[in-house]
Design a binder for this molecule. Structure first.
Ligand SMILES: O=C(O)CCC(=O)C(=O)O
Ligand SMILES: [Fe+2]
Length: 327
């Protein structure tokens, strides 16, 4: 079935899925079935939705963003103490304009955190590019503890949402667990976008983050309220605003879900515009497959599309993207 162009991004109350996620009969509850239907509709037709009823407290979501604002206000010399370099495994702080999307410089500054890899993965040649401990700033003092708690909670939430996605695709609830994504890689990006009037050349720097799809499984974005910035391209090519809805996450699917679903669920192009008068913080959390997993169409999705999706090893896809993301 060809996707149907939506004119707005749906909101899904995922509460029944989160509350019952460990129940062996998950897919049989009427309230969960209702969520699954909505997930299927959103993932087929736009690849984006707002998640409400997710159980992560407003206080924690707000704290993550306000600590990020505090960090970005520090003098450059303090921020550069946790500078990202190839030898830091591309973990750490990047100045304004260093990040690149499809060859274009993005107008943002950011800190990247990646899951630290276990000994079995560290021996893989491929893993060497992104190896290394994460770099935590000395200030704000609570930064590390809050971000680590946040990552733990978002891992749990992503796993619950993916059980719903697996059921929506017609598989077992644990399809994205075990050797597929049971030991998931993850990325946390703490991003700061400058206000429009601070830009030397708003024409060339108006793009906070160029048009792209996300490369993993599921992304959960926690964005500042009241600053419209994120835009999503629907399947008729129209840009829709993903305006902030306080207390919700903007959730979108990534390239790996396209392969596993054999094209049934499409990752959607999106971008960020720096058109606001205020400094904007957004903190996307990327929930990914296991680092060494070969991602290939699920058996029950074979035949869904005219052309079968080609398999990729997730870690290879990640490393390729990381190496082209920096100036
Ligand atoms: O800033 C945002 O809201 C989203 C950023 C984004 O799309 C990304 O980092 O992949
Ligand atoms: Fe993105």
């Amino acid at each position: 079935m060809a996707p149907h162009a939506l004119d707005s991004i749906p909101t899904i109350d995922v509460e029944p899925l989160v509350r019952r996620f460990d129940d062996p009969g998950l897919g049989a509850f009427p309230d969960v079935r209702d969520v699954i239907e909505q997930l299927d509709h959103a993932c087929r037709n736009i690849g984006f939705f707002y998640a409400a009823g997710h159980g992560v407290s407003r206080e924690l979501m707000d704290d993550v963003r306000s600590l990020s604002h505090e960090f970005f206000k520090l003098p450059d010399c303090d921020k550069m103490r946790i500078k990202m370099t190839p030898s830091s495994g591309y973990r750490g702080y990047q100045k304004l304009g260093e990040n690149v999307s499809y060859g274009m410089h993005d107008c943002h500054e950011a800190i990247d955190y990646f899951r630290e890899l276990g000994p079995e993965i560290q021996d893989l040649e491929l893993a060497k590019t992104v190896m290394g401990p994460n770099q935590w700033p000395e200030n704000p003092k609570r930064f590390r503890a809050v971000m680590e708690d946040y990552v733990d909670q978002l891992r749990g939430l992503s796993k619950a949402i993916l059980r719903g996605v697996a059921l929506a695709l017609g598989g077992e609830a644990d399809t994205f667990e075990g050797s597929r994504a049971g030991d998931p890689f993850w990325i946390l990006r703490v991003i700061g976008y400058p206000p429009k009037d601070s830009l030397e050349s708003p024409e060339s720097f108006g793009i906070g983050c160029g048009e792209h799809t996300d490369y993993g499984l599921l992304t959960l974005v926690n964005q500042d309220p009241e600053i419209p910035a994120l835009q999503v391209k629907n399947c008729s090519g129209k840009w829709l605003w993903a305006d902030p809805v306080p207390g919700t996450f903007v959730v979108n699917i990534g390239d790996m879900l396209k392969i596993w679903s054999n094209g049934t669920y499409q990752p959607t192009l999106h971008r960020v515009l720096n058109s606001a008068m205020d400094f904007r913080v957004s903190v996307p959390f990327f929930y990914e497959p296991n680092f060494d997993t070969k991602v290939e169409p699920l058996s029950f999705c074979l035949g869904n599309s005219k052309e079968e999706e080609k398999p990729v090893v997730y870690g290879e896809h990640l490393v390729k993207k990381v190496l082209t993301n920096f100036a």
